[in-house]
Design a protein around this ligand. Structure first.
Ligand code: ADP
Ligand code: MG
Length: 331
């Protein structure tokens, strides 16, 4: 609690917010759309609602203040603070208002009508699944959002298809990053470890209790790209243990046909991210990813030099074995 006044605690949580917390009854100002549950997590339910005075649609995230017998109000305040910090980025969902009740807080968020990209990632319908051009455009947008967050020393730590929403699904709109419930501030003088995301998307350093950094998100971005392209979750095992083992052993198959196209730029992109060592000399940063050949606009053949040399490849050449750095980040 002593950290609260300093704005940023040792835990990487922000505590200063600008938004006025309203103690009015939420339903005085909003109509909840019956039966319209947009999503739910462990401690939150998100419901569609309409602001009475404007008729505008929003998503209301109802969050319990007590979780597992612990007061979590500070974490909700942090989530609000990060959303405020990210208002300058249109790749992050906007926060409209906040309400507080006895046991809950309500975050009134910009409504992302297209839902989770998850639904289109796992779709079997040919016309519903993303094309490679879709994936490139959406991935660029995701990286723009992640780059903004990282430039502001925020790590999301739960990047996955359920937390990437769309403004519309058909025609395919733009992405909005949501859910800053696990996000943290990273600083050079304070190490952060062991914040568990979602097994399938979690980076090796998290499993090894090594320091967490912006690179931790970049691993998840690599998994995201893989899933969006192939519809397959690359590390998913029969159970959590198997998934964790696949991650720590980098046990991943690149034989899917979507990754085996002649120029292999998609494959090369993913391989710059799914690297065991998080240091930016090894795993690509968001800015480096945005410059990767795979994400460059392909029309009007701007580059006529289609040489087969590696001069245009990823920020760092892919090295097959990097075991020499294994002692990094030991506890
Ligand atoms: P949790 O922390 O419980 O995972 P999220 O913020 O991820 O909460 O919200 C849970 C789900 O609710 C999301 O995966 C998404 O399906 C839906 N959702 C969240 N925010 C919005 C929004 N702004 N617009 C539409 N749906 C949303
Ligand atoms: Mg979520």
């Amino acid at each position: 609690a002593a950290e609260a006044s300093r704005g940023r605690g040792a835990s990487g949580l922000l505590s200063d917010i600008q938004t006025t917390i309203s103690s009015d009854a939420f339903t005085d100002h909003y109509t909840l759309i019956p039966g319209k549950e947009l999503g739910r997590g462990k401690f939150a339910v998100v419901r569609k609602c309409v602001e009475k005075c404007t008729g505008h649609e929003y998503a209301a995230k109802f969050m319990r203040k007590r979780r597992k017998g612990q007061d979590c109000r500070m974490e909700i305040i942090h989530e609000i603070a990060v959303l405020e910090l990210a208002t300058a980025s249109h790749r992050v969902v906007n926060l409209h208002q906040v309400y507080e009740m006895a046991s809950e807080m309500v975050l009134v968020l910009e409504f992302a009508a297209g839902g989770e990209i998850f639904n289109q990632c796992v779709s079997d319908e040919e016309d519903e699944a993303f094309s490679e051009e879709d994936v490139k455009r959406l991935m660029r947008q995701i990286l723009e959002g992640v780059s903004f967050l990282h430039q502001n020393n925020v790590v999301h730590l739960d990047l996955k298809p359920q937390n990437i929403l769309l403004t519309s699904s058909s025609p395919l709109g733009d992405i909005k990053i949501v859910d800053f419930g696990l996000s943290r501030m990273v600083s050079s003088h304070q190490e952060l470890r062991e914040i568990m995301g979602t097994p399938e998307y979690v980076a090796p350093e998290v499993l090894n209790y090594e320091p967490i950094s912006t690179a931790t998100d970049m691993w998840s971005a690599g998994v995201l790209a893989y899933v969006m392209l192939t519809g397959i979750s690359p590390f998913l095992g029969e159970n959590k243990q198997e998934t964790f083992l696949n991650i720590s052993q980098l046990n991943v198959s690149y034989s899917e046909e979507e990754l085996q196209q002649p120029d292999r730029t998609a494959l090369s992109f993913i391989q710059t991210l799914l690297r065991k060592q998080p240091q930016s000399v090894d795993r690509a940063t968001a800015e480096q990813c945005l410059k990767h050949p795979w994400l460059q606009f392909s029309e009007a053949s701007s580059s006529t030099s289609s040489s087969t040399s590696s001069s245009t490849s990823s920020p760092e050449p892919a090295s097959s074995t990097t075991t020499a750095e294994e002692e990094d980040g030991g506890v």
